[in-house]
Write a protein that binds this ligand. Structure first.
Ligand code: SAM
Length: 243
């Protein structure tokens, strides 16, 4: 999987790529992340990539030309299936695990990070294949959103997580519930406990210490359902009817 990130702040990604899952995914050659400075595709000597909005109003807007040039130069180096072009924007479709699973089957993604008041609408209309939001709130730039997509997608790629079962049984996972694990696809994960068995008088559920795997599976399935009803009843309403 190749991620091409277009940003005016390539250095923003330093910490994220040097730690944890993305570092392991890069080190293991499961993903390749290429950072492209949008200013390298500006046409003037000041390397300007933004301008005032037509019609007035506060702030600046990313001009279309540098973004088209950046994406087209990346595409010119691609052979075979083209990467989807994802514009990060609060106006996009809200990301969820199902969409992440779809994106993980792509050969690559070109991620466009906006800033300021946003991006000239001709980019959404004529360049991007997808407009994605990471939630109903507004960030100052698309870089964090791009990082969220890269991490969520990378952890689904075969081999990236040491134990792939973990991704299959995570909250929201639709791909498959773990075999015999008792979880239904699309629910929240079951509650987890670890040592000590008692902390400040609060005991871990006895069933988890019983060694009875059948009872543990049943308890976890009930708890996952109960937690989903309590915190995210919308997930249950959205489940396929046959689930
Ligand atoms: N004026 C825009 C609006 O109200 O829709 C907000 C622009 S925002 C301050 C600047 C940039 O941050 C956007 O172009 C986008 O790339 C990014 N951004 C902000 N919130 C986001 C979100 N929820 N999901 C994805 N990207 C986001």
């Amino acid at each position: 999987m190749i991620f091409d990130v277009i940003t005016i702040f390539p250095e923003f990604f330093c910490g994220i790529l040097e730690h944890g899952l993305l570092k392991r995914a890069i080190g293991g050659s499961y993903v390749s992340i290429r950072l492209h400075d949008l200013r390298d595709f500006a046409e003037d000597t000041h390397r300007s990539v933004d301008d005032r909005p037509f019609g007035g109003g506060p702030g600046m807007v990313f001009k279309p030309e540098p973004l088209f040039r950046a994406v087209e130069s990346i595409q010119a180096q691609q052979s075979g299936r083209r990467s989807r072009v994802v514009l990060l924007t609060p106006q996009g479709q809200v990301l969820n695990q199902r969409r992440v699973e779809q994106l993980s089957r792509e050969p690559g993604l070109i991620l466009i990070c906006g800033r300021y008041e946003g991006v000239d609408e001709r980019v959404a209309a004529h360049l991007a294949t997808d407009e994605i939001s990471i939630g109903d709130y507004v960030l100052s730039g698309g870089e964090l959103a791009a990082a969220v997509i890269m991490e969520a997608v990378a952890r689904l790629l075969p081999g990236v997580l040491g134990n792939q079962q973990s991704a299959i049984s995570d909250s929201f996972a639709m791909a498959a519930a773990s075999p015999g694990g008792g979880e239904a696809a699309g629910l929240l994960d079951f509650p987890q406990y670890t040592r000590p068995a008692e902390f400040r008088g609060w005991k871990a559920p006895e069933v988890l210490l019983s060694g009875n795997h059948q009872q543990i599976r049943e308890w976890r399935a009930q708890q996952a359902l109960a937690k989903t009803y309590k915190n995210r009843p919308d997930l249950i309403e959205r489940l396929p009817k046959e689930a």
